[in-house]
Design a protein around this ligand. Structure first.
Ligand SMILES: [Zn+2]
Length: 129
């Protein structure tokens, strides 16, 4: 692995286009860790600083088309399993994110990437396509 070796977790936000008519999600950008984030072997806590500025920049730059799609972080696990902290965090984000239809929560494991969504306070794993 180049930039991320999974010794400590990495993370950020996922940015792109949400095409509701075609039920399409196009990821164009992700933010990567800022020094303000709190990172450890088994946790990643994103700071508002940095990621939010980057989101704002992308939003303006794209003529206000690019939007916040969700969050990603890594786990030092072969197949990622969300921690209790992750689940609590996702539900919290889902609550404050009401202006968007659905946020995606990605965990990148060593051998697998998995995606979850929250709807009505329930966490659902998305099926592979
Ligand atoms: Zn996690």
């Amino acid at each position: 692995m180049h930039e991320y070796d999974f010794r400590i977790e990495s993370g950020g936000i996922i940015v792109g286009y949400l095409n509701l008519a075609d039920k399409q999600v196009i990821i164009t950008d992700i933010t990567t860790p800022f020094s303000e984030d709190s990172r450890g072997r088994n946790y990643f806590k994103r700071s508002e600083y940095g990621h939010q500025q980057e989101m704002d920049r992308l939003w303006h730059e794209s003529g206000q088309k690019k939007t916040y799609l969700g969050e990603w972080h890594t786990h030092n696990q072969s197949i990622p399993v969300p921690s209790l902290v992750d689940k609590r965090d996702w539900k919290r984000i889902d609550k404050i994110n009401k202006n968007y239809k659905q946020a995606f929560f990605v965990i990148v494991g060593l051998n697998k990437l998995k995606v979850w969504t929250v709807s009505d306070g329930l966490i659902r794993e998305m099926e592979e396509v």
